[in-house]
Design a protein around this ligand. Sequence first.
Ligand code: NAP
Length: 292
Amino acid sequence: MNERTTLVTGGTGGIGAAVAVRLGAGGDRLLIAGRDQARGARVLRDLAGANPRVDHAHVPVDLSLMADTARLADEVASRTSRLDAVVLCAGVFAGAAEWTSEGLERTFALNYLSRFLLLSRLLPLVAAAPSGRVVLVANAGKYGDSLDLDAVLEGRAHPRRHLAAASQFANDLLAVELAARLAGTSVEVTCVFPGVVRTDVFRNARGVPAPLRWVARGVARLVGSEVETAAETPARLAQDPTVGSNGGFYGPGLRPIEVPRRAADPGRRQELWEVSRVLLRPWLSASAEVAS
Ligand SMILES: NC(=O)c1ccc[n+]([C@@H]2O[C@H](COP(=O)([O-])OP(=O)(O)OC[C@H]3O[C@@H](n4cnc5c(N)ncnc54)[C@H](OP(=O)(O)O)[C@@H]3O)[C@@H](O)[C@H]2O)c1
């Protein structure tokens, strides 16, 4: 079977949907993950329009819940024995802490922990591809280190202003650490800052006062790029094996971003890795030991 298969989380909307459509046009079979059934069906229709012969699928899933994230990993594994790329786009901006039914802070759980869990469980499938790619769509290199790992371990929330920032910086550390662990294998990991993009990310921002959300949305509409433009960098990193290098950070137009020293710090990366494994212990399976 030579058909490429790619998983895109957040493939039901915003940048993720545009990435999925672009990858579909390039020949990949897409598995898209996100909660909204109707929007998922719309993306599948767009994908079928580009290539009706390929059997794309939408897996409805709430990635702020680790049990659901683990179920997604199982479902992906039941559908394919090889993943050519995993593009992680699902994410939110938030201005207030909330707790999931699993006792995890929702923004950190969705923007970071679900990504760690999904990758831990799916890396064997990515390693089975000739040149597997992992692309984390986050804010590559743009945030300082506001991550409070004691708070995360003790079940306390970050201060409001750091809620999203800490989860995005955690993606930077994860990208660099995973790339180091996978060095010399066929799998490469990259991290992307998509720029300011005209999506619903600010309209959906929980805990952010409505006037602020409208201002942010207005700014994005004025100066932001279209999703199709923002999709170029993650899609090319996922699909073109000649593009990108393991552990690299990239911005719009595939512009390389220097990896900040704070994201490359081996002690900090290792610390986050260990905390992640502790928090996710109930959902990590024996097969999740590939890059442990
Ligand atoms: N837009 C920007 O200017 C910008 C800038 C920098 C970084 N980013 C990052 O880019 C990524 C994509 O953002 P976007 O602008 O495309 O956002 P968006 O338009 O709000 O789309 C978010 C996507 O994530 C999914 N999602 C949200 N909550 C989910 C949950 N609990 N479970 C599963 N899926 C969930 C949504 O699908 P459902 O609603 O169907 O679940 C949707 O597909 C995010 O990680 C964001 O931090 C965006």
